[in-house]
Design a protein around this ligand. Structure first.
Ligand code: PRP
Length: 213
């Protein structure tokens, strides 16, 4: 059995065409079922639905053989025990620094006072500000980061930006772009050895669908 870990929503939807290229069709719609294990048209392939941030954990410890996860999640989790053969070029967005409209970010950075930064992406933020030589107090949040500058919890946030609509709706502005994000295929290294044939077939089909050799 080959188990593929996916998260519901954008990653799931944008993975379907790649699965199709590998001859795999998921038999249930995750938005219409409460099932967490979804069968496919191939009896030897199943999909497990997990939280986006849990995908690397499932694959690392062998709860799934393969998974698809954003580079942001992967950096926060770390790559241990994972083989990363493909950038799937899906669920594209960026990680950026944003502040309240009217907040003088450049001056705050220049003055060298400690900046309070709220984020779910602590590893990415820590490395980014360290490389700039900016002292920050990082405040870990699990969602709704846009609220932090509006309530005085933080001066800035580090968050995913796609269309920019969420920032705009909350009167925030993007002041620095930290990195571009897309989803990666992650593979359990032990599974790659033990189930080489079927896993290789999936990696190769995805690669071909993406126009990569
Ligand atoms: C992300 C991010 C922003 C939003 C940005 O949240 O945290 O809130 O998308 O998208 P936009 O620039 O197109 O408005 P997501 O929907 O992934 O959910 P999350 O809050 O659980 O991370």
């Amino acid at each position: 059995m080959i188990t593929l870990a996916l998260s519901k929503g954008r990653i799931f939807d944008e993975t379907l065409p790649l699965l199709k290229a590998a001859g795999i069709e998921v038999l249930d719609d995750p938005e219409k079922t409460r099932k967490l294990i979804l069968a496919t048209n191939q009896p030897e392939v199943r999909v497990v639905l997990v939280r986006a941030t849990d995908v690397p954990t499932y694959v690392q410890y062998g709860g799934a053989d393969l998974g698809i996860t954003g580079l942001d999640t992967l950096i926060e989790h770390g790559n241990e025990g994972l083989y990363l053969p493909l950038d799937l070029q899906i669920a594209k967005c960026r990680v950026s620094v944003a502040v309240r409209e009217g907040f003088d970010y450049a001056a705050a950075v220049r003055q060298g006072a400690r900046l309070r930064v709220a984020t779910k992406y602590v590893a990415i933020a820590r490395e980014f500000f360290a490389a700039k030589g900016v002292h920050v107090d990082l405040i870990k949040l699990y969602g709704s980061m846009e609220l932090a500058p509006l309530t005085g919890l933080a001066d800035a946030i580090v968050d995913l930006v796609s269309t920019g609509n969420t920032l705009k709706a909350n009167h925030l502005v993007e002041v620095e772009r930290i990195m571009d994000i897309s989803s990666r295929l992650v593979v359990n290294q032990a599974a790659l050895k033990l189930k080489r044939e079927p896993i290789r077939r999936i990696i190769d089909a995805f690669g071909q669908a993406l126009g990569q050799p």
